[in-house]
Design a protein around this ligand. Structure first.
Ligand SMILES: [Zn+2]
Length: 295
């Protein structure tokens, strides 16, 4: 019996580990789906290859995709005049939707939003939750359905501690948005079902496409299901093994402006560095007087 359980657990962990090392996919949309899909399922065993792949795509895609939009959104006057205190659920200004294809990349107030993708991870999500708890910060967790199913107790913890949930697809399918409506819907529904099973009654009001590779179709299906499409303003590439703790820290601190939505990862490949950087980042944000909104 015990051995049987251990065998099952080992198989599950091995399966999940296969998808653990993908890059967050801030790759340029063109060509990425076919390039990354096989890699995500076959190559994660070779960290070097993963880092190399990320390295070739990161310079063009991720920094510009996130931060330029961040700058323009944050510089918009009305975006900085919102109440700095924790936001009531009022509709954000139009400037909050300067992400790709009109996705949301700004909170609509001065409060910033921390978002954590690719979990839940039994190793890292509890650490992130603890850091947030100690400071009374509420954040948003973009969870992967297969992991929500594997670690339901962590999803329940996220909800119990007052954080917001976001659907990040069933298994981080980078090309999800290129598939048919029915397949997209089934994928997102399966994820929401796993979340509901883990945390009955929990609301999933947001969807974040894997890798930020948005399509109008995916956005439309998500909207149909009552989920707003959530992009980001700041991406420090903490999904990339080649990114150091100092780089994550500096990029987030340099690029985050009031109202910005910050992309971080409690699952993927580089959480040790992310967690290391997070303490310093939160200290600095406290000095700046930032408040947080869980969206
Ligand atoms: Zn992701």
């Amino acid at each position: 019996m015990k051995r049987h359980h251990l065998g099952l657990a080992a198989a599950l962990v091995a399966l999940l580990a296969l998808a653990w090392l993908w890059p967050e996919g801030d790759e340029p949309p063109a060509g990425a789906p076919t390039a990354t899909e096989p890699t995500a399922s076959e190559a994660p065993a070779t960290p070097g290859e993963d880092a190399g792949e990320a390295g070739t795509t990161a310079p063009g895609g991720e920094a510009t995709g996130g931060t330029e939009q961040s700058a323009s959104a944050s510089a918009t006057p009305e975006a900085t005049t919102g109440a700095p205190s924790s936001a009531p659920p009022s509709p954000p200004a139009a400037a909050a939707y300067d992400g790709p294809l009109g996705t949301r990349n700004h909170t609509g107030t001065d409060a910033i939003a921390l978002t954590f993708d690719d979990g839940p991870s039994p190793e890292w999500t509890p650490k992130v939750l603890e850091m947030l708890r100690e400071r009374g910060i509420k954040a948003t967790f973009c969870v992967i359905g297969a992991y929500a199913e594997a670690y339901p107790e962590i999803v329940a913890d996220i909800v119990r501690e007052g954080h917001t949930l976001c659907n990040h697809s069933w298994f981080h399918e980078f090309d999800l948005g290129t598939r048919g409506d029915a397949e997209i819907r089934a994928n997102l529904q399966r994820t929401n079902d796993a979340i509901s099973k883990a945390a009955p009654g929990a609301t999933v009001a947001y969807f974040r496409h894997p890798g930020g590779q948005w399509t109008d179709r995916a956005i439309g299906v998500a909207a149909d299901m009552g989920m707003e499409s959530l992009h980001w303003a700041v991406d420090p590439s903490d999904w990339d093994n080649a990114t150091t703790e100092a780089q994550i820290r500096d990029r987030v601190m340099d690029r985050t402006e009031p109202g910005g939505i910050v992309l971080l990862h409690d699952g993927a490949s580089n959480q040790q560095d992310m967690c290391g950087a997070l303490t310093t980042i939160l200290d600095e944000f406290e000095r700046r007087g930032y408040t947080y909104v869980a969206l």
